[in-house]
Design a protein around this ligand. Structure first.
Ligand code: ZN
Length: 175
């Protein structure tokens, strides 16, 4: 397992529609393991392949917040939403590609997802709470959508300017 660098917004690869995974190959298995390692290391509750520069429809998540509980790593390949509740939920979201920036986003509070697992089988599960927020946030990534695309243009531009500055500072540190 390798911890890979996470792309920081703005980056054209974070705005792309990702391609479906045609087959569970050893490369996909390695990618999934690296994504989980990178997510836990960050630490974060979710990570999508495009955040590592891989434009494929796969994301990982573990929204288990109790530090004493066992880890619940999930790998969702070619995920789709089957059903979403009319009831909405507001959650203060963040993103590993937009460090230290948070904003309230409204999304359906319950969703049913369908996806292919690393075992090649079809899975279906209903999520609520942080799991539902996280799954929808990660699915957005596979369509080139970031949580800041759900907030006001003014706030989005402010956050983007901060990220441009952060990337410039990091580039200077590495030089
Ligand atoms: Zn994100």
């Amino acid at each position: 397992m390798t911890i890979r660098p996470i792309l920081i917004h703005p980056d054209p690869r974070l705005k792309k529609q990702c391609d479906p995974v045609a087959k569970i190959t050893p490369e996909i298995e390695t990618l999934a393991a690296d994504m989980l390692a990178t997510m836990y290391d960050a630490p974060g509750v979710g990570l999508a392949a495009p955040q590592l520069g891989v434009l494929k429809r796969i994301f990982v998540m573990d929204a288990q917040r109790d530090p004493d509980a066992e880890r619940k790593p999930m790998v969702l390949i070619n995920p789709e939403i089957d059903w979403e509740s009319e009831e909405q939920n507001v959650y203060e979201e963040g993103c590993l590609s937009i460090p230290d920036q948070y904003a309230e986003v409204t999304r359906p509070s319950q969703v049913r997802f369908r996806w292919t697992g690393l075992d090649g089988a079809q899975h279906e599960q209903e999520f609520d709470g942080l799991w539902a927020t996280c799954a929808q946030h990660e699915l957005d990534h596979l369509d080139g959508v970031l949580f800041i695309d759900h907030i006001s243009a003014m706030r989005r531009q402010m956050i983007t300017r901060k990220m441009v500055k952060l990337k410039r500072e990091r580039a200077r540190e590495q030089a």
